[in-house]
Design a protein around this ligand. Structure first.
Ligand code: NDP
Ligand code: KPL
Length: 303
């Protein structure tokens, strides 16, 4: 995701630095970044490093690591942000913003979600296969507090995203509801496509599985309600309608990780639902079952 959105903003002429590591970093440094996208292929060659201190302080950091890397990747983040700068998490899950707020301060964190299917095809090459490539973000704040006024930086960033090819963005003051809305979707989409190893279409045409897809979302929304998150819309109805149509070929990043021997974000998804549900005393049997089925398949399992 960082390669896709960072690449798009660099393509637009913005000053972008990429933080990466290993062979991917080597390829980015030597050969630049190639993006193969359903919205049009492109190539850029921005500065890339694994050391944030090599980059002058920036206005916005797009925080795009897997959630199990949030803490380690946030080392140096405070110094990387200019005064008044902000970090925008585009990660899945509802725990990341809180962790980032502990590190750089709540007022420097934007919460965000994105709808895109993209992966590192090979070192230095990003493949974007679908999704609208849309970012929805807002100022993070403590649950129950009034959302802050939209900052000039948020407006500037929004304009930059809207002007860029192959992506779009929107601002929302309802950042908690937005994070949980996406969380409900991803727990269902990731949980069902990974545990069945089937695309959305197969899940949809199997009544029992499509019923479980809905149940996973209902449970997540029940936990959100119990924690005090308020929605001005019906997340479950909205997603059942949206995911109930279309080609049905979509999987999820969790399915990709499972089938490519990569570590899954299980703790940030169903693990987090199970733990939070316990705190607020809400039953979540469908999420618990998916968590239990996928945990033993984790790539770093010692068995
Ligand atoms: N991919 C998608 O289509 C979507 C993903 N998301 C969410 O976005 C987040 C990111 O996912 P995704 O982009 O797929 O993840 P990837 O694993 O493809 O990319 C993350 C990259 O960050 C690198 N990285 C991690 N820590 C560091 C560090 N400290 N310094 C430098 N590089 C580092 C990783 O390196 P290494 O490989 O060595 O670990 C990897 O190259 C997740 O929360 C995911 O759920 C949300 C919507 C869609
Ligand atoms: C919603 C979905 C499935 C695509 O944007 C996603 O977030 C993911 O695959 O991680």
């Amino acid at each position: 995701m960082g390669g896709y959105y960072g690449g798009r903003l660099a393509q637009q002429g913005h000053e972008v630095s990429l933080i990466a590591r290993g062979e991917h970093l080597q390829a980015l440094t030597e050969d630049g970044l190639t993006v193969e996208s359903v919205h049009g292929d492109f190539y850029v060659h921005p500065f890339a490093t694994d050391d944030p201190s090599e980059i002058d302080p920036v206005d916005v950091v797009l925080f795009c690591v897997k959630s199990f890397d949030t803490e380690s990747a946030a080392v140096g983040l405070d110094e990387l942000l200019d005064d008044g700068g902000a970090v925008l998490s585009l990660q899945n899950g509802v725990d990341n913003e809180e962790m980032l707020a502990d590190i750089v301060g709540t007022d420097r964190v934007w919460g965000g979600v994105t709808y895109i299917f993209s992966t590192i095809k090979e070192s230095g090459v990003i493949e974007h296969t679908g999704g609208p490539a849309k970012i929805l973000f807002g100022h993070y704040h403590d649950l129950g507090d009034e959302p802050p006024e939209r900052s000039t930086l948020a407006e500037t960033f929004l304009e930059a995203c809207e002007a860029a090819d192959g992506m779009t963005a929107d601002y929302t003051p309802a950042v908690h509801a937005t994070l949980w809305d996406k969380f409900a979707l991803i727990c269902a989409q990731a949980g069902l496509t990974a545990s069945t190893r089937q695309p959305l279409g197969r899940v949809r045409e199997t009544d029992e599985s499509w019923g479980l897809y809905r149940q996973v979302m209902e449970e997540v929304v029940a936990v959100a309600h119990a924690e005090g998150v308020r929605f001005d819309w019906d997340p479950v109805g909205k997603w059942m309608d949206a995911m109930g149509e279309g080609s049905g070929g979509q999987y999820s990043s969790l399915h990709y990780d499972l089938t490519h021997g990569k570590r899954m974000e299980l703790e940030a998804l169903h693990g987090s639902v199970v733990r939070r549900a316990r705190e607020v005393n809400v039953p979540v049997p469908a999420n618990r079952a998916i968590y239990a089925m996928l945990l033993p398949q984790q790539a770093d399992s010692s068995f």
